[in-house]
Design a protein around this ligand. Structure first.
Ligand SMILES: Cc1ncc(COP(=O)(O)O)c(C=O)c1O
Length: 434
Protein backbone atom coordinates (compact mmCIF):
# COMPACT_ATOMS: atom_id res chain seq x y z
CA UNK A 1 0.00 0.00 0.00
CA UNK A 2 1.18 3.51 -0.79
CA UNK A 3 2.70 5.24 2.26
CA UNK A 4 1.22 8.76 2.27
CA UNK A 5 2.84 9.86 5.52
CA UNK A 6 5.29 12.74 5.44
CA UNK A 7 8.82 11.92 6.49
CA UNK A 8 8.17 13.80 9.76
CA UNK A 9 5.07 11.74 10.48
CA UNK A 10 6.93 8.53 9.77
CA UNK A 11 9.84 9.41 12.11
CA UNK A 12 7.38 10.64 14.76
CA UNK A 13 5.58 7.29 14.70
CA UNK A 14 8.85 5.40 15.17
CA UNK A 15 9.72 7.83 17.99
CA UNK A 16 6.44 6.95 19.70
CA UNK A 17 7.10 3.25 19.26
CA UNK A 18 10.69 3.07 20.47
CA UNK A 19 11.27 6.02 22.83
CA UNK A 20 9.88 6.32 26.39
CA UNK A 21 6.72 8.45 26.20
CA UNK A 22 8.20 10.65 28.94
CA UNK A 23 10.46 12.03 26.20
CA UNK A 24 7.84 14.50 24.96
CA UNK A 25 8.73 16.73 22.02
CA UNK A 26 7.01 20.08 21.52
CA UNK A 27 4.06 20.54 19.12
CA UNK A 28 1.94 17.54 20.15
CA UNK A 29 1.17 15.10 17.32
CA UNK A 30 3.18 17.16 14.86
CA UNK A 31 6.71 17.25 16.30
CA UNK A 32 9.51 19.05 14.49
CA UNK A 33 11.92 16.49 13.06
CA UNK A 34 15.28 18.17 12.51
CA UNK A 35 17.29 17.51 9.38
CA UNK A 36 20.13 19.96 9.99
CA UNK A 37 20.99 23.20 11.73
CA UNK A 38 23.45 26.01 11.03
CA UNK A 39 24.05 29.22 12.96
CA UNK A 40 20.66 30.83 13.68
CA UNK A 41 18.62 28.33 11.63
CA UNK A 42 17.16 24.84 11.94
CA UNK A 43 15.68 22.93 8.96
CA UNK A 44 13.12 20.15 9.30
CA UNK A 45 13.14 17.01 7.17
CA UNK A 46 10.59 18.60 4.80
CA UNK A 47 13.09 21.40 4.14
CA UNK A 48 11.30 24.17 6.05
CA UNK A 49 13.65 26.67 7.69
CA UNK A 50 13.15 28.07 11.21
CA UNK A 51 14.80 30.96 13.05
CA UNK A 52 15.80 29.38 16.35
CA UNK A 53 15.12 31.57 19.39
CA UNK A 54 15.39 28.79 21.96
CA UNK A 55 18.68 27.06 21.09
CA UNK A 56 17.74 23.65 22.46
CA UNK A 57 16.89 25.21 25.84
CA UNK A 58 19.59 27.91 25.96
CA UNK A 59 22.25 25.40 25.04
CA UNK A 60 23.29 26.32 21.52
CA UNK A 61 24.78 29.57 22.79
CA UNK A 62 26.85 30.76 19.82
CA UNK A 63 24.85 29.29 16.94
CA UNK A 64 24.28 25.81 15.56
CA UNK A 65 27.41 24.10 14.25
CA UNK A 66 29.35 27.30 14.89
CA UNK A 67 32.34 27.17 12.53
CA UNK A 68 34.94 27.93 15.21
CA UNK A 69 33.53 25.48 17.75
CA UNK A 70 33.10 22.76 15.13
CA UNK A 71 36.68 23.22 13.93
CA UNK A 72 37.96 22.80 17.49
CA UNK A 73 35.85 19.64 17.92
CA UNK A 74 37.12 18.19 14.62
CA UNK A 75 40.74 18.91 15.53
CA UNK A 76 40.33 17.22 18.91
CA UNK A 77 38.50 14.24 17.38
CA UNK A 78 41.59 13.61 15.28
CA UNK A 79 43.93 13.91 18.29
CA UNK A 80 42.42 12.04 21.26
CA UNK A 81 38.72 11.35 21.89
CA UNK A 82 38.74 9.87 25.36
CA UNK A 83 41.21 9.67 28.19
CA UNK A 84 39.06 9.36 31.36
CA UNK A 85 40.38 11.30 34.32
CA UNK A 86 42.87 8.52 35.07
CA UNK A 87 45.09 10.15 32.47
CA UNK A 88 45.53 13.90 32.30
CA UNK A 89 44.37 15.82 29.23
CA UNK A 90 45.59 19.37 28.98
CA UNK A 91 42.49 20.83 27.38
CA UNK A 92 40.53 20.00 30.58
CA UNK A 93 43.11 21.95 32.59
CA UNK A 94 42.85 24.85 30.12
CA UNK A 95 39.05 24.98 30.52
CA UNK A 96 39.38 24.86 34.31
CA UNK A 97 41.86 27.74 34.24
CA UNK A 98 39.47 29.72 32.06
CA UNK A 99 36.47 29.04 34.30
CA UNK A 100 38.47 30.04 37.38
CA UNK A 101 39.55 33.27 35.67
CA UNK A 102 36.04 34.25 34.50
CA UNK A 103 33.94 33.37 37.55
CA UNK A 104 33.57 35.79 40.47
CA UNK A 105 35.31 35.73 43.84
CA UNK A 106 37.59 32.93 44.94
CA UNK A 107 36.10 30.12 42.87
CA UNK A 108 39.04 28.12 41.60
CA UNK A 109 38.78 24.33 41.29
CA UNK A 110 36.52 22.52 38.80
CA UNK A 111 34.91 19.10 38.69
CA UNK A 112 33.63 18.17 35.23
CA UNK A 113 30.69 15.89 34.45
CA UNK A 114 28.27 15.49 31.53
CA UNK A 115 25.13 17.34 32.66
CA UNK A 116 23.71 20.04 34.87
CA UNK A 117 22.09 17.43 37.10
CA UNK A 118 25.47 15.88 37.86
CA UNK A 119 27.02 19.30 38.37
CA UNK A 120 24.38 20.02 41.02
CA UNK A 121 24.88 16.59 42.65
CA UNK A 122 28.59 17.35 42.92
CA UNK A 123 27.89 20.79 44.39
CA UNK A 124 25.71 19.34 47.12
CA UNK A 125 28.14 16.57 47.94
CA UNK A 126 30.98 19.08 48.25
CA UNK A 127 28.91 21.43 50.44
CA UNK A 128 27.90 18.61 52.77
CA UNK A 129 31.43 17.25 53.06
CA UNK A 130 32.86 20.71 53.65
CA UNK A 131 30.40 21.88 56.30
CA UNK A 132 29.61 18.54 57.93
CA UNK A 133 25.92 19.56 57.76
CA UNK A 134 23.26 17.74 55.75
CA UNK A 135 20.27 20.03 55.38
CA UNK A 136 20.00 22.10 52.22
CA UNK A 137 17.62 24.96 51.46
CA UNK A 138 16.50 25.81 47.99
CA UNK A 139 13.61 27.60 46.30
CA UNK A 140 10.15 26.63 45.21
CA UNK A 141 9.86 26.79 41.41
CA UNK A 142 13.54 25.78 41.08
CA UNK A 143 14.59 23.23 38.49
CA UNK A 144 17.83 21.39 39.22
CA UNK A 145 17.76 18.33 36.96
CA UNK A 146 16.63 14.73 36.83
CA UNK A 147 18.89 12.66 39.11
CA UNK A 148 17.32 11.69 42.44
CA UNK A 149 19.05 14.53 44.29
CA UNK A 150 18.38 17.02 41.51
CA UNK A 151 14.68 16.11 41.50
CA UNK A 152 14.67 16.52 45.28
CA UNK A 153 16.08 20.02 44.79
CA UNK A 154 13.50 20.78 42.11
CA UNK A 155 10.54 22.81 43.30
CA UNK A 156 8.03 21.85 40.58
CA UNK A 157 5.83 18.89 41.47
CA UNK A 158 5.51 17.97 37.81
CA UNK A 159 9.27 17.46 37.44
CA UNK A 160 9.63 15.25 40.55
CA UNK A 161 9.11 11.64 39.52
CA UNK A 162 9.67 8.35 41.30
CA UNK A 163 8.28 9.25 44.70
CA UNK A 164 11.50 9.01 46.72
CA UNK A 165 13.09 12.30 47.67
CA UNK A 166 15.86 13.54 49.91
CA UNK A 167 14.13 14.79 53.07
CA UNK A 168 17.09 16.95 54.07
CA UNK A 169 16.26 19.32 51.19
CA UNK A 170 13.72 22.04 52.11
CA UNK A 171 12.09 24.56 49.80
CA UNK A 172 11.41 28.16 50.76
CA UNK A 173 9.31 30.82 49.05
CA UNK A 174 10.84 32.15 45.85
CA UNK A 175 10.83 35.88 45.13
CA UNK A 176 8.22 35.73 42.36
CA UNK A 177 7.22 39.38 42.09
CA UNK A 178 4.44 38.88 39.52
CA UNK A 179 2.70 36.35 41.77
CA UNK A 180 3.41 37.96 45.12
CA UNK A 181 0.55 37.67 47.64
CA UNK A 182 -2.00 40.43 47.05
CA UNK A 183 -0.94 43.85 48.23
CA UNK A 184 2.75 43.06 48.70
CA UNK A 185 5.15 45.42 46.96
CA UNK A 186 8.71 44.34 46.05
CA UNK A 187 10.12 45.38 49.42
CA UNK A 188 7.47 43.53 51.44
CA UNK A 189 7.84 40.44 49.23
CA UNK A 190 11.54 40.39 50.07
CA UNK A 191 10.68 40.63 53.77
CA UNK A 192 8.30 37.70 53.36
CA UNK A 193 10.99 35.59 51.63
CA UNK A 194 13.50 36.38 54.35
CA UNK A 195 10.96 35.54 57.04
CA UNK A 196 10.14 32.24 55.34
CA UNK A 197 13.83 31.33 55.22
CA UNK A 198 14.25 32.13 58.90
CA UNK A 199 11.15 30.16 59.88
CA UNK A 200 12.23 27.18 57.78
CA UNK A 201 15.65 27.18 59.44
CA UNK A 202 14.06 27.36 62.88
CA UNK A 203 11.31 24.79 62.31
CA UNK A 204 12.57 22.01 60.05
CA UNK A 205 16.37 22.12 60.42
CA UNK A 206 18.58 22.10 63.48
CA UNK A 207 19.68 25.57 62.50
CA UNK A 208 22.78 24.34 60.71
CA UNK A 209 22.74 23.86 56.95
CA UNK A 210 25.15 22.66 54.30
CA UNK A 211 23.97 25.13 51.69
CA UNK A 212 21.42 27.46 50.23
CA UNK A 213 21.08 26.84 46.53
CA UNK A 214 19.37 28.95 43.85
CA UNK A 215 19.35 30.02 40.22
CA UNK A 216 19.76 33.81 39.85
CA UNK A 217 16.93 33.66 37.28
CA UNK A 218 14.72 30.60 37.61
CA UNK A 219 14.83 29.08 34.15
CA UNK A 220 12.32 26.25 33.89
CA UNK A 221 10.35 28.18 36.53
CA UNK A 222 9.56 30.74 33.84
CA UNK A 223 12.50 33.19 33.85
CA UNK A 224 11.69 34.52 37.31
CA UNK A 225 14.27 37.21 38.05
CA UNK A 226 15.28 37.61 41.69
CA UNK A 227 14.92 41.21 42.91
CA UNK A 228 18.11 43.31 43.18
CA UNK A 229 18.57 42.93 46.95
CA UNK A 230 17.47 39.32 47.23
CA UNK A 231 20.81 37.55 47.55
CA UNK A 232 22.34 40.30 49.72
CA UNK A 233 19.38 39.89 52.11
CA UNK A 234 19.47 36.11 52.41
CA UNK A 235 23.25 35.57 52.40
CA UNK A 236 23.96 36.69 56.01
CA UNK A 237 21.24 34.30 57.24
CA UNK A 238 22.75 31.42 55.25
CA UNK A 239 26.22 32.22 56.61
CA UNK A 240 24.88 32.43 60.17
CA UNK A 241 23.50 28.89 59.73
CA UNK A 242 26.95 27.72 58.60
CA UNK A 243 25.81 27.20 55.01
CA UNK A 244 27.52 27.72 51.69
CA UNK A 245 25.98 29.62 48.78
CA UNK A 246 25.54 27.41 45.71
CA UNK A 247 24.50 29.23 42.55
CA UNK A 248 23.13 27.23 39.64
CA UNK A 249 24.21 29.01 36.45
CA UNK A 250 23.13 26.23 34.12
CA UNK A 251 20.85 28.63 32.21
CA UNK A 252 22.26 32.01 33.21
CA UNK A 253 25.98 31.36 32.73
CA UNK A 254 28.39 32.33 29.95
CA UNK A 255 27.04 35.76 29.10
CA UNK A 256 23.36 34.87 28.72
CA UNK A 257 22.27 37.74 30.99
CA UNK A 258 24.58 40.32 29.37
CA UNK A 259 27.50 42.41 30.70
CA UNK A 260 28.83 39.65 32.99
CA UNK A 261 29.93 36.07 32.46
CA UNK A 262 27.69 34.83 35.27
CA UNK A 263 24.14 35.84 36.11
CA UNK A 264 24.85 36.13 39.83
CA UNK A 265 27.33 38.97 39.21
CA UNK A 266 24.34 41.28 38.68
CA UNK A 267 23.50 40.68 42.36
CA UNK A 268 27.03 41.34 43.62
CA UNK A 269 27.43 38.33 45.92
CA UNK A 270 30.20 35.73 45.84
CA UNK A 271 29.09 32.10 45.77
CA UNK A 272 31.16 29.30 47.32
CA UNK A 273 30.13 26.91 44.59
CA UNK A 274 28.74 27.45 41.12
CA UNK A 275 27.40 25.00 38.55
CA UNK A 276 27.31 25.23 34.74
CA UNK A 277 26.13 23.06 31.85
CA UNK A 278 23.96 23.75 28.76
CA UNK A 279 25.44 26.74 26.89
CA UNK A 280 28.97 26.21 28.16
CA UNK A 281 29.94 23.92 25.29
CA UNK A 282 27.37 25.04 22.66
CA UNK A 283 25.59 21.67 22.64
CA UNK A 284 28.25 19.14 23.65
CA UNK A 285 27.22 17.36 26.88
CA UNK A 286 28.91 19.08 29.81
CA UNK A 287 28.53 19.71 33.52
CA UNK A 288 30.92 21.85 35.55
CA UNK A 289 31.06 22.47 39.29
CA UNK A 290 33.50 25.12 40.45
CA UNK A 291 34.28 25.72 44.12
CA UNK A 292 36.64 27.69 46.31
CA UNK A 293 39.86 25.78 46.98
CA UNK A 294 38.90 24.85 50.54
CA UNK A 295 35.47 23.52 49.50
CA UNK A 296 36.95 21.55 46.60
CA UNK A 297 39.63 20.13 48.88
CA UNK A 298 36.97 18.85 51.29
CA UNK A 299 35.57 16.46 48.69
CA UNK A 300 37.88 13.61 49.61
CA UNK A 301 37.62 9.96 48.66
CA UNK A 302 36.73 8.07 45.56
CA UNK A 303 34.40 9.68 43.05
CA UNK A 304 34.65 9.41 39.30
CA UNK A 305 32.86 10.52 36.12
CA UNK A 306 33.90 8.51 33.07
CA UNK A 307 33.06 11.28 30.63
CA UNK A 308 33.84 14.21 32.93
CA UNK A 309 36.44 16.40 31.24
CA UNK A 310 36.25 14.43 28.01
CA UNK A 311 38.77 16.09 25.67
CA UNK A 312 36.31 16.56 22.79
CA UNK A 313 33.76 18.20 25.09
CA UNK A 314 36.49 20.30 26.66
CA UNK A 315 37.66 21.46 23.23
CA UNK A 316 34.07 22.50 22.47
CA UNK A 317 33.80 24.37 25.79
CA UNK A 318 37.11 26.17 25.32
CA UNK A 319 36.19 27.19 21.77
CA UNK A 320 32.74 28.38 22.92
CA UNK A 321 34.13 30.50 25.74
CA UNK A 322 36.87 31.92 23.52
CA UNK A 323 34.28 32.74 20.85
CA UNK A 324 32.22 34.67 23.41
CA UNK A 325 35.37 36.54 24.50
CA UNK A 326 36.70 37.27 21.02
CA UNK A 327 33.38 38.55 19.72
CA UNK A 328 32.72 40.72 22.79
CA UNK A 329 29.36 39.01 23.29
CA UNK A 330 28.83 40.15 26.89
CA UNK A 331 28.44 43.71 25.61
CA UNK A 332 26.46 42.56 22.55
CA UNK A 333 23.99 40.59 24.71
CA UNK A 334 23.50 43.57 27.01
CA UNK A 335 22.75 45.89 24.07
CA UNK A 336 20.58 43.50 22.09
CA UNK A 337 18.89 42.25 25.26
CA UNK A 338 17.78 45.80 26.16
CA UNK A 339 16.30 46.24 22.66
CA UNK A 340 14.66 42.84 22.86
CA UNK A 341 12.95 43.48 26.21
CA UNK A 342 11.81 46.90 25.00
CA UNK A 343 10.18 45.31 21.92
CA UNK A 344 8.50 42.66 24.08
CA UNK A 345 7.11 45.34 26.38
CA UNK A 346 5.63 47.12 23.36
CA UNK A 347 3.94 43.85 22.37
CA UNK A 348 2.60 43.48 25.90
CA UNK A 349 0.91 46.87 25.47
CA UNK A 350 -0.98 45.49 22.45
CA UNK A 351 -2.04 42.14 23.97
CA UNK A 352 -3.89 42.03 27.27
CA UNK A 353 -3.18 38.31 27.65
CA UNK A 354 0.54 39.04 28.11
CA UNK A 355 0.45 39.56 31.86
CA UNK A 356 4.17 39.99 32.47
CA UNK A 357 7.35 40.50 30.48
CA UNK A 358 10.57 39.79 32.36
CA UNK A 359 14.12 38.69 31.87
CA UNK A 360 17.66 39.90 31.47
CA UNK A 361 20.01 39.93 28.50
CA UNK A 362 18.87 37.43 25.88
CA UNK A 363 16.64 35.51 28.25
CA UNK A 364 13.07 36.77 28.16
CA UNK A 365 9.75 35.39 29.33
CA UNK A 366 6.15 36.33 28.58
CA UNK A 367 3.70 35.12 31.22
CA UNK A 368 0.31 34.55 29.61
CA UNK A 369 -2.86 35.01 31.62
CA UNK A 370 -6.59 35.08 30.97
CA UNK A 371 -7.54 38.76 30.44
CA UNK A 372 -9.97 40.18 32.95
CA UNK A 373 -9.06 37.62 35.64
CA UNK A 374 -6.75 37.87 38.60
CA UNK A 375 -3.73 36.59 36.65
CA UNK A 376 -5.27 33.18 35.89
CA UNK A 377 -2.53 31.27 34.03
CA UNK A 378 -3.30 30.46 30.39
CA UNK A 379 -1.18 27.41 29.46
CA UNK A 380 -3.42 26.60 26.45
CA UNK A 381 -2.60 29.95 24.85
CA UNK A 382 1.12 29.42 25.56
CA UNK A 383 0.94 26.08 23.72
CA UNK A 384 -0.97 27.72 20.88
CA UNK A 385 1.57 30.56 20.73
CA UNK A 386 4.62 28.35 20.34
CA UNK A 387 2.75 26.36 17.67
CA UNK A 388 1.76 29.58 15.83
CA UNK A 389 5.37 30.77 15.98
CA UNK A 390 6.56 27.45 14.60
CA UNK A 391 4.11 27.77 11.69
CA UNK A 392 5.61 31.19 10.96
CA UNK A 393 9.14 29.77 11.08
CA UNK A 394 10.19 30.81 14.61
CA UNK A 395 11.21 28.45 17.42
CA UNK A 396 10.50 29.54 21.00
CA UNK A 397 10.00 27.60 24.24
CA UNK A 398 7.75 27.54 27.26
CA UNK A 399 7.92 26.80 30.96
CA UNK A 400 6.69 27.99 34.32
CA UNK A 401 4.98 26.00 37.05
CA UNK A 402 1.65 26.47 35.27
CA UNK A 403 3.05 25.97 31.75
CA UNK A 404 1.99 29.50 30.80
CA UNK A 405 5.34 31.26 30.37
CA UNK A 406 6.75 31.57 26.88
CA UNK A 407 10.53 31.53 27.04
CA UNK A 408 12.66 33.13 24.37
CA UNK A 409 16.45 32.97 24.22
CA UNK A 410 18.13 33.79 20.91
CA UNK A 411 21.78 32.82 20.40
CA UNK A 412 24.22 35.16 22.14
CA UNK A 413 25.58 36.24 18.75
CA UNK A 414 22.16 37.01 17.27
CA UNK A 415 22.41 39.88 14.79
CA UNK A 416 20.31 43.03 15.25
CA UNK A 417 18.50 42.14 12.01
CA UNK A 418 17.65 38.60 13.14
CA UNK A 419 16.45 39.93 16.46
CA UNK A 420 14.08 42.27 14.63
CA UNK A 421 12.89 39.48 12.34
CA UNK A 422 12.26 37.21 15.34
CA UNK A 423 10.32 39.98 17.10
CA UNK A 424 8.22 40.61 13.97
CA UNK A 425 7.38 36.90 13.74
CA UNK A 426 6.53 36.77 17.43
CA UNK A 427 4.26 39.77 17.05
CA UNK A 428 2.49 37.95 14.21
CA UNK A 429 2.17 34.80 16.32
CA UNK A 430 0.72 36.81 19.22
CA UNK A 431 -1.90 38.26 16.87
CA UNK A 432 -2.67 34.77 15.58
CA UNK A 433 -3.58 33.54 19.07
CA UNK A 434 -5.28 36.75 20.22
C1 LIG B 1 18.88 25.63 36.09
C2 LIG B 1 19.09 24.20 35.70
N1 LIG B 1 19.84 23.41 36.48
C3 LIG B 1 20.08 22.13 36.15
C4 LIG B 1 19.54 21.57 35.02
C5 LIG B 1 19.81 20.15 34.68
O1 LIG B 1 20.67 20.06 33.61
P1 LIG B 1 20.72 18.73 32.72
O2 LIG B 1 19.44 18.62 31.99
O3 LIG B 1 21.92 18.97 31.84
O4 LIG B 1 20.96 17.60 33.67
C6 LIG B 1 18.76 22.37 34.18
C7 LIG B 1 18.15 21.80 32.95
O5 LIG B 1 17.27 22.35 32.37
C8 LIG B 1 18.52 23.70 34.53
O6 LIG B 1 17.76 24.49 33.77
Amino acid sequence: MLDTRTRSQEVAERHREFIFPAVTPYYGDDPLVVERAKDQYVWDVEGKRYLDFFGGVLTVSVGHCNDEVTAAIHAQLDKAQHTSTLLVNEVMVQVAEKVAALTPGRLQKCFFTSSGSEANETALMAARMHTGHRDVITLRHAYSGRTATAMSLTGHGTWRLGGVFDGTIKHVRNPYAYRAPAGLDAERLLDLCVQDLEETLATVTDGRIAAFMAEPIQGVGGFIVAPRDYFARILPIVREAGGLLIIDEVQTGWGRTGRYWCGIEHWGVEPDIMTFAKGMANGSPIGCTIATPEVADSLKGLTFATFGGNPVTMAAALATIEYIERHDLLRHVEEQGARFLARLREMQGRHAFVGDVRGMGLMAGLELVVPGTDKTPDPARATALIAAARDLGLLIGKGGLYGNVVRIAPHLNVSAGDLDTGCDLLEEALSAVA
